[in-house]
Design a protein around this ligand. Structure first.
Ligand code: GLA
Length: 339
């Protein structure tokens, strides 16, 4: 049997997921395929073709593993905690997600592994929200990346032709038609992988937690701009970004429903300005990439993902010619078994 986990693009709603806020992602066609064969060895053997690596281990072995191995071990480990043990399996992992395009290869791998191992264990698929939470625990506790739920929810709930309005307060979702007409959405790699991307991301999370604590609220979802202004610098700007970004998601949804892509483009630009100036997660290479997209005719462009390097999302109007390094993206199906 084979399972497919998609990459994702987030239209709007950056650094809002871990603040119980709103996001507007969609799943893309590129992703990770896990081919699984049940065995009775009690072991999970795995081969990751794109890394040219093979491995064989007892999934119950609690010793830490790195990279894709940590995902395999963590998914089997978390399924076991949920009462689902995988008897034994041989896995082949293959990806066609371009490196560094910021399409979240980790959620693609996690969701594909999860569905593949459930199929091997002959278990029906549980609630997809629970699966997204399970994959998120794998990333947090086994892989060691303190990410939110945006990527996993996009991977499990993506639908062709739609963006996903995701409310991270209760994980409710709403499908919003995304019709591009003659417009092109594309991602471009800035070429920059900053060594402090992870520490920078974690620092922003800590700042948000500190701000919430100072304001006496559980999450920044419960805060308004007047409260944000009462905070010391730079917490005031961090919170302002989060609040306005939630509002941009709401406006983005209205723009999509009205088929108003120029407004969506303006929201991408505003999101970028806020991520650069208030949230301070941009770097010079990303700024150059955004400028290059705008010069090539993009109506809107912004940094995507965790920040401190990475990729840029740009929206090109009909008749323009996106630069050659731009990878076009469009909403595609979420994680699924291929049979
Ligand atoms: C990374 C994380 C997500 C989210 C974004 C920022 O991509 O994996 O959970 O926090 O950063 O929006």
């Amino acid at each position: 049997m084979r399972a497919r986990g998609p990459g994702r693009v987030n239209l709007l709603g950056e650094h809002t997921d871990y603040n119980a806020g709103l996001c507007l992602p969609f799943a893309v066609d590129a992703g990770v395929t896990v081919e699984a064969e049940a065995t009775d060895t009690g072991e999970i053997e795995a081969e990751a073709l794109d890394y040219g690596e093979e491995d064989r281990f007892d999934a119950a072995d609690p010793r830490p593993a790195e990279g894709w191995r940590a995902f395999v071990r963590g998914t089997a480990g978390e399924l076991k905690v949920a009462g689902i043990s995988v008897p034994g399996a041989r896995l082949r992992i293959e990806s066609n997600l371009p490196e560094g395009a910021g399409l979240s290869s980790s959620a693609a791998l996690g969701s594909a592994l999860c569905l593949a191992l459930l199929a091997v264990a002959k278990r029906p698929e549980p609630d997809r929200r629970e699966l997204a939470r399970l994959c998120s625990r794998v990333e947090n506790d086994w892989v060691g990346a303190q990410t939110g739920l945006l990527d996993q929810m996009a991977a499990f709930f993506g639908e062709p032709g739609h963006a996903l309005l995701l409310d991270c307060r209760d994980l409710s979702v709403e499908q919003v038609p995304l019709e591009l007409g003659g417009w092109t959405l594309g991602v471009a790699d800035s070429g920059s992988r900053h060594a402090h991307a992870e520490s920078g991301y974690n620092e922003r999370r800590r700042e948000c937690a500190r701000a919430a604590e100072a304001l006496g609220v559980e999450t920044l979802r419960d805060v308004d701009e007047a409260q944000a202004r009462s905070l010391p610098e730079p917490l005031d700007r961090r919170v302002r970004h989060v609040l306005r970004e939630n509002e941009r998601v709401r406006r983005g949804v209205r723009a999509l429903r009205a088929g108003d892509l120029p407004t969506l483009a303006a929201l991408l630009d505003a999101s970028h300005t806020s991520l650069r100036d208030d949230y301070e997660v941009s770097v010079p290479e990303v700024e150059r990439t955004v400028a290059r997209m705008k010069e090539a005719g993009a109506a809107g462009a912004r940094i995507i993902g965790g920040g401190f390097g990475g990729a840029v999302l740009a929206l090109f109007p009909p008749g323009s010619q996106p630069p050659e390094d731009v990878l076009p993206v469009a909403p595609a199906e979420g994680a699924r078994l291929l049979g």
